[in-house]
Design a protein around this ligand. Structure first.
Ligand SMILES: NC(=O)c1ccc[n+]([C@@H]2O[C@H](COP(=O)([O-])OP(=O)(O)OC[C@H]3O[C@@H](n4cnc5c(N)ncnc54)[C@H](OP(=O)(O)O)[C@@H]3O)[C@@H](O)[C@H]2O)c1
Length: 306
């Protein structure tokens, strides 16, 4: 039985995923949030494929463990840059460090993400989930963009989520001051904003040799949400956990999108792991997309055209 288009993501999750035998020897991948879950497995798979890595992580101790473990197993260079993505000044500092130390960037993978059940604000007064999941990756990508273009062919991968289908993006209330905050909708809003800016950036990058795509990494066991209260944590660990998959599948999917030769010129698409999929209709609204692009530029202090 064929599912209606808006439910096709359920069938796609069960499809056999694509893989590649292509290697990434000597290529440089910048990866955010590599200390657990999806990002950790992406780092493992990329190192196994020969890629050199810059791990952009907020917790240096955890990042050191990942670095030591992977450097012990694979003959690749692994650097760490510390940054808390709820602080946009950290994002700027991380980008400056990378630009100073790495003359080329082959792949940028924005993976760091968070889900909170309660509304919290960053030091800059921004709703935290929106800041970490969308604004930080938006700013980071823009700050590294010229280097990616100089390094072309290059790829940008936004680790997004089926959670974008929860919606919640209200351009008049991005900070949830007028509505009661709901965790899933807040998460959905951040991921919707990210998707909308992927289409915008893909258009602007046409002909540059740099591609940008978004992906859902699968429903996998990770630490996401474990920053919430005991009720949510218990629900995740004792109920949800058994239905979740090994995050190794997410690492493999990210590797495919980063390395597969057949992905070299694919841009502006959403993938359910490795299967191209149509996102929710609200995440395809290009009028809202142009507005969230400008708002994101203003909130992150970006000036100048791409
Ligand atoms: N797991 C799933 O089923 C699933 C499904 C759909 C989408 N995703 C997406 O996959 C991505 C990775 O999530 P995950 O499931 O692997 O969760 P995770 O295990 O909690 O990993 C999240 C990563 O992001 C980092 N991070 C969180 N807040 C940060 C901040 N303020 N600054 C810098 N880094 C920060 C974490 O660092 P620490 O180690 O310091 O906490 C960790 O490395 C997210 O974008 C998430 O939305 C996951």
């Amino acid at each position: 039985m064929k599912l209606p288009e808006e439910l096709q993501f359920i069938a796609n999750a069960r499809m056999v995923q694509k893989t590649t035998a292509a290697r990434m020897d000597g290529r440089l991948c910048i990866l955010t949030g590599a200390t657990s879950g999806v990002g950790y497995h992406a780092a493992r798979r990329l190192a196994q494929g020969g890629a050199n890595l810059v791990l952009v992580c907020r917790n240096r101790e955890k990042a050191n463990h990942v670095q030591q473990e992977l450097a012990h197993q694979y003959r690749v260079d692994i650097d760490i840059v510390q940054a808390d993505f709820s602080r946009l000044e950290d994002v700027r500092r991380a980008a400056e460090t990378i630009l100073a130390e790495h003359p080329r960037i082959d792949v940028l993978i924005n993976n760091a993400g968070v889900h909170t059940t309660r509304r919290t604000l960053t030091g800059q007064g921004l709703e935290t989930v929106f800041c970490v999941n969308h604004l930080a990756s938006f700013l980071f990508t823009r700050l590294l963009l010229d280097r990616l273009i100089e390094s072309a062919p290059a790829r940008i991968i936004q680790v997004n989520s089926q959670g974008h289908r929860f919606g919640g993006l209200d351009l008049e209330d991005l900070n949830w001051e007028k509505r009661r905050y709901r965790g899933l909708q807040g998460y959905g809003a951040s991921k919707t904003a990210q998707l909308l800016t992927v289409w915008e950036l893909a258009d602007r990058l046409q002909g540059s040799g740099v591609t940008i795509n978004a992906m859902h990494p699968g429903e996998v066991r990770s630490n996401i949400g474990m920053n919430n209260g005991w009720f949510y944590r218990s629900y995740q660990r004792y109920l949800l956990w058994r239905f979740l998959k090994d995050p190794e599948i997410s690492g493999n999917a990210i590797y495919y999108l980063a390395a597969a030769p057949e992905m070299a010129s694919v841009s502006g698409k959403f993938f359910n792991q490795t299967i191209e999929e149509k996102p929710a209709a609200h995440a395809l609204d290009r009028i809202v997309g142009r507005r969230i692009w400008s708002i994101s530029e203003a909130l992150t202090g970006l000036t100048g055209n791409v």
